[in-house]
Design a protein around this ligand. Structure first.
Ligand code: ARG
Length: 469
């Protein structure tokens, strides 16, 4: 049991209490952030003449050597330490002696862990953003290749009107673009440094909080020290943004699963991204899409957990807040791996364009356009709707799409039908005529693709303003 406290205690901590209380098992992943934070703190302490330059240099060397040794595997982060902060401080003092004991001057584990989490979350937001950016490139590529790949658009999962694959993909482009903008907002809002908040009420040492904030790439210090140690809003916002990302991925996955069914066969999932059955040799399952859909629940779980953990907490730090880590880390790992895997699956997906077109043609997706045709011939829309409804019923009974009916067949329902009906209800016309901004028509889609390209060119992956010094 290596603890940073104990002076005021007369008995040893109960072993089960020690284990229950310890966080090293999961906060060891904050080692890099803990060391970066300590390095900035110690540089500031020396600059403010709170410790000597010699002590500073020894501490900096010691901290670097700890990180290197852990990296090399020659130093293990074991359960004998309560948390990552104790691990670093104990090892530092073992290595450099007396100066190591000066590291924690003017600092509490409360502002230390608040800083570590913020640095960690900031960098994870950047990772997620880079993955999303790559996914958007994949989607844009599919859009560019498929501006004339006609497919049915659905409402209620019923064939509704013809769209293009580019248009369908464009909807997902928009979702993930908004996800990136949410990450950007969170990154902006959270980029303030809690170090120097102390346990809750600042310190009596003349700390220069602007300087540490600058060293760590923050815009500046947090304004209120009680808020500094007890704020986890940025984490909640990030897990909430991840939950929305997962919701989008899950909807997309659901479509992949449907498109992959024997009944649809709109797509072929690459062998490298699908799995087989142990008993049914013919099976090729969309496991990645199913797992992404399934793991969505796990990320939502983390969001509800952190919200619930925080909801009753009085100011300032409470040990409950140690529970901000395990499920949150799991949500981050889950979210990032889902984006990455989904991207891989999507970029290797083959689209069965003939099946898609056929499905649109045989689903009466041009019925609205047929009614609009009659309107152009002078028939009121409500009547036209009724006529085409009867045409569709006839088509279903006789297994014929509208464009395969003869003019005589059509004229049973209205004299207004002429030879030009065939062009008016061809799938290509139905799509091309949809020219309103945001619609699947060729010109509108060209505009959408060009906007999407500009967006990607103008929004490089998110990275904090200043590299850590
Ligand atoms: N392991 C703790 C956490 O993750 C570090 C802060 C401990 N502070 C305290 N006053 N016990 O929250």
């Amino acid at each position: 049991m290596a603890q940073l406290w104990g002076g005021r205690f007369q008995k040893k901590t109960d072993e089960k209490v020690y284990e229950f209380n310890a966080s090293i098992r999961f906060d060891k992943r904050l080692l890099h952030e803990d060391i970066e934070g300590s390095k900035a703190h110690v540089k500031m302490l020396a600059r403010q003449d709170i410790i000597s330059e010699e002590d500073r240099d020894q501490i900096l060397c010691g901290l670097d050597s700890i990180e290197q040794d852990v990296g090399k595997g020659t130093l293990k982060i074991t359960d004998e330490y309560e948390d990552v902060h104790s691990f670093v401080e104990a090892n530092l003092t073992d290595r450099i002696g007396e100066p190591g004991k000066r590291l924690h001057t003017g600092r509490s584990r409360n502002d230390q862990v608040a800083l570590d989490m913020r640095l960690y979350v900031r960098s994870r937001i950047e990772d997620t953003d880079a993955l999303l950016r790559h996914l958007l490139e994949t989607i844009l590529h599919i859009m560019e290749e498929n501006t004339d790949t006609i497919m049915p658009g659905f409402t209620h999962l019923q064939k509704a009107q013809p769209v293009t694959l580019a248009h369908h993909m464009g909807a997902y482009f928009e979702m993930f673009r908004r996800d990136r903008s949410r990450l950007y907002d969170i990154h902006e809002r959270m980029n303030y440094c809690p170090l120097g908040s102390g346990a809750l009420a600042g310190t009596t040492y003349p700390l220069d909080r602007d300087y540490t904030a600058e060293l760590l790439g923050f815009y500046g210090p947090t304004v209120n020290s009680m808020d500094g140690v007890s704020d986890r809003d940025y984490l909640i916002e990030y897990i909430s943004a991840l939950s929305i990302i997962m919701m989008h991925l899950s909807r997309f996955s659901e479509e992949i699963i449907i498109w992959n069914t024997n009944e649809y066969r709109f797509i072929e999932i690459d062998d490298a991204f699908s799995t087989g059955s142990s008993i049914m040799p013919q099976k090729k399952n969309p496991d990645i899409a199913e797992l992404v859909r399934g793991k969505t629940g796990r990320v939502y779980g983390a969001l509800v957990q952190i919200l619930t953990t925080m909801k009753g907490l009085p100011l300032a730090y409470n040990k409950d807040m140690q529970e901000d880590k395990e499920m949150a880390f799991d949500a981050m790992d889950t979210g990032d791996s889902c984006i990455d895997l989904f991207d891989g699956m999507l970029s290797t997906l083959k689209f069965n364009k003939d099946r898609m077109l056929d499905s649109a043609r045989h689903g009466y997706t041009n019925a609205t356009d047929a009614a609009d045709y009659l309107v152009r011939k002078g028939i009121p829309f409500r009547d036209a709707h009724g006529i085409i409804g009867r045409v569709v019923l006839y088509g279903i009974e006789n297994k014929k799409p509208i464009d395969e009916m003869t003019i005589d067949e059509l004229r049973q329902f209205s004299d207004a039908f002429d030879e030009d009906i065939y062009d008016a209800v061809s799938m290509k016309t139905c799509v091309d005529k949809r020219l309103t901004t945001g619609a699947p028509g060729a010109d509108a889609m060209k505009e959408e693709i060009s906007l999407s390209k500009d967006y990607l060119n103008n929004t490089p992956a998110l990275i904090h303003e200043k590299e850590l010094k």
